[in-house]
Design a protein around this ligand. Structure first.
Ligand code: MTE
Ligand code: MOS
Length: 705
């Protein structure tokens, strides 16, 4: 393993492409009960009564009265009940679960349960909501003065829609209570989150709960909180039934009732003096849905990067997560940042166009640089290579030539446009989360035969950590890759290395493994069992982050992204086609080039889907309307354009071999580039995503196309 970046065959590749990987739903049902959920069909109501029919032998119904511990799922807060108790807060709020050996019979029982409600007026519009779950803000410079002295003040309202994760495998959990022990398995991103949640719901110490990840068909943030919720319910039912209970969602259930990306509405005001943006005043609303779940951390990230990658000296930002009687939103790749990056990129592009400057040139002139203060008075400690990356991107895409050529297009049926955008992503938990909350541990265990097992809670969900972790350890120990063992995490065996979120696996856990491997090599004793464990240490140069004032380094370092998209629209039908797409990314040293490029391509495509294809909303009662892939269209292989990924490497000294976080970065900035390209083609400005075919047509008419 001389060159860590050189690609190897992904360790989970063969089993997945051959269809041999066994997901929870593939395991035989011998003795396992099927569980199905009774859900509220009112967005907001009091439950007056629940009438359950006589149950056949072997069938159970569990509700809040069966919860032995706390009827609140530990996520960040405990406000989401395991089962509704007295009131329901959104269409889909679970009231009970029916479980039994035969699925048809379970469904029949479910049909016969009668719930009597007293309906209350739901709050569906986040702007009408009086319940602020979270409210964060920060300020720097002299914002009022900058607006006072401005030549021009711009104001825009920008909106982003829901996004559904669309992982191939839906949520799936199985629980069984065996004596003292509660055993959970399934499709999981964060085994230790599930353990803590289940333990509190069941009223037992954490060690009594064993959580094992099964092969997981994608998470993308959607399995950060939901498995804790699902496992808590499954455990309650399994205890009552005295048998294993499996909850596997069908696609409709998964799309309608599990977490998705928060819709947002932001108001941006920008002051411009002498052709530069001197100040921004930003107010962002996130639609959290009915419960808090992960909104706090999503909002923190989104608020911190509301100025994009730009150095805006005077900044006043407020972000609020509002309660509505709709499905609770949660984590989705980028964690609140794609929403504000979209807004910041559009505002910058629109100002540029108004000033008669090319958006790319205008953006480049405002880029933050190494040593600059961040939005929260932290510091960009390491190189900010965006300028160099934009040059690579311009060369690969032919941006300038195309941008000029597409300005004066003939008034034909097909029109083209090209656009660019920038983004960053900070890996690891925001602020002091890694040091104070997560406190990651990772271990290596050497067997007498000289093979070494990796022990972390890291969840492989397609992003390649089996492979990248194994490569790191193999390299340090100077062993062939097949001497390294890595399997799906089991909380009875692995130390708590933290959740598999926030693109933290390689930069945080991978570095612990590298250090562990160095120590193991030093202490290596032939033929013996050995174990070494490493613990996270926060770099001492980091400016401590204060959550009360939002001041300090939110992240020790950043990964950087620059995107370019070229589109063609059909002015007769409104159809949008991506002609070419280019992404330049700095994720530090790629631990495996193929893995990194795969991550970048996948994230880029999710960004394209988010920008124009994926549309989801709710009806006047608060019911999610697009609950199948025929209603909610996502990019498929057919939609992948000529997509070129370029890597730019700025090594991060605290990451393994210079690696930074990669997983979420690629999605974050893509919509800004896409919509910018579309704007050039249509000849109009857009302030929302997704921009649908209908939007293209309408805007085109307005612009005189
Ligand atoms: N890639 C695949 N194939 N499947 C996934 O579920 N999740 C993304 C990203 N890439 C995901 C993925 C999200 S939301 C995160 S936070 C990171 O991977 C987590 O993994 P990492 O820490 O290894 O980057
Ligand atoms: Mo990723 S949204 O942090 O799971």
């Amino acid at each position: 393993m001389a060159d860590i970046s050189k690609p190897v065959v992904k360790l989970d590749h063969s089993s997945k492409v051959r269809g041999q990987a066994v997901y929870l739903a593939d395991h035989p049902m011998d003795g396992v009960l099927v569980g199905k959920t009774l859900r509220s069909d009112r967005a907001r109501a009091k439950i007056l009564s629940v009438a359950v029919p006589a149950l056949p032998v072997g069938y159970v119904v569990a509700d809040w009265r069966d919860v032995p511990g706390r009827n609140g799922v530990c996520i960040i807060d405990y406000d989401m009940p395991v089962f509704a108790e007295g009131t329901v807060e959104f269409i889909g709020d679970p009231i009970a679960i029916v479980a039994g050996p035969d699925e048809g019979e379970v469904l029949r029982i479910l049909e016969e349960i009668r719930v009597e409600y007293e309906e209350l007026e739901p709050v569906l519009d986040m702007e009408q909501s009086e319940t602020e779950f979270y409210n964060f803000g920060y300020e720097k410079g002299e914002v009022d003065r900058a607006f006072h002295e401005a030549d021009r003040v711009y104001e825009e309202v920008l909106e982003t829609g829901y996004q559904e994760h669309g992982y191939l495998e839906t949520n799936a959990i199985q629980a069984v209570v065996e004596g003292e022990k509660i055993r959970i398995r399934g499709s999981i991103q964060c085994p230790y989150y599930v353990q803590k949640a289940v333990a509190e719901v069941m009223g037992v110490p954490a060690e009594q709960v064993q959580v094992v990840q099964d092969v997981t068909g994608g998470g993308f943030g959607g399995k950060e909180d939901y498995p804790s919720i699902l496992a808590s319910r499954a455990a309650v039912v399994a205890r009552k039934a005295g048998k294993p209970v499996r909850l596997v969602y069908d696609r409709r259930e998964d799309m309608a009732y599990t977490a998705k990306r928060h819709p947002t509405k932001s108001r941006y005001r920008a002051a411009v003096k002498d052709g530069r943006v001197t100040a921004m005043e930003i107010d962002v609303l996130y639609n959290a849905g009915a419960y808090k779940t992960l909104s706090m951390v999503v909002l923190q990230r989104g608020t911190i990067c509301a100025n994009g990658v730009y150095n805006i000296p005077n900044l006043c930002v407020r972000g609020r997560a509002m309660k509505t009687n709709t499905v609770p939103c949660g984590a989705f790749r980028g964690f609140g940042a794609p929403q504000t990056f979209f807004a910041a990129e559009m505002v910058m592009a629109h100002i540029a166009k108004d000033l008669g400057i090319d958006p790319l040139a205008f953006k480049v002139a405002h880029l933050a640089k190494q040593g600059d203060e961040t939005s929260t008075k932290g510091k960009y400690h390491f190189p900010v290579p965006l300028q160099a990356m934009s040059e690579k991107l311009v060369e690969a895409s032919g941006y300038w030539e195309k941008r000029k050529r597409y300005v004066n297009q003939s008034k034909g049926r097909y029109r083209r446009g090209i656009g660019c955008s920038f983004s960053y992503h900070g890996a690891g938990f925001t602020g002091t989360g890694e040091r104070d909350k997560i406190k990651a541990k990772a271990a290596l265990e050497k067997r007498p035969d000289g093979r070494v097992e990796i022990l972390t809670a890291g969840a492989e969900m397609g992003q390649g950590i089996f492979t990248t972790f194994a490569k790191i350890v193999a390299k340090e120990l100077d062993l062939p890759l097949d001497r390294i063992i890595i399997t799906l995490p089991d909380t009875d065996r692995v130390p708590d290395s933290g959740p598999t979120v926030a693109s933290r696996s390689i930069v945080v856990v991978g570095e612990l493994l590298r250090r562990a491997a160095i120590r193991l090599k030093e202490e290596w004793r032939e033929g013996e069992c050995q174990r070494v464990e490493e613990h996270f240490q926060q770099p001492d140069w980091q400016i401590p982050f204060d959550y009360a004032t939002f001041q300090g380094d939110p992240y020790p370092t950043y990964s950087w992204g620059a995107h370019c998209v070229e589109v063609e629209i059909d002015t007769y039908t409104g159809e949008q086609k991506v002609l070419g797409a280019w992404g330049c990314y700095d994720v530090g040293t790629p631990i495996d080039e193929t893995v990194v490029i795969g991550q970048m391509e996948g994230g880029f495509m999710q960004g394209i889907g988010y920008a124009h294809m994926e549309q989801m909303n709710y009806d006047h009662r608060g019911r999610i309307r697009s609950v199948s892939y025929s209603d909610y269209t996502m990019p498929t292989a057919m939609d992948v354009p000529k997509l070129e990924i370029l890597l730019h490497v700025e090594k991060y000294p605290e990451g393994p071999y210079g690696a930074k976080g990669a997983g979420e970065l690629p999605i974050v900035g893509v919509p800004g580039a896409y919509v910018n390209a579309l704007e050039q083609a249509v000849g109009a400005n857009f302030c929302h995503i997704p921009v649908t075919m209908e939007d293209t047509l309408q805007a085109g008419e307005g612009a005189g196309a």
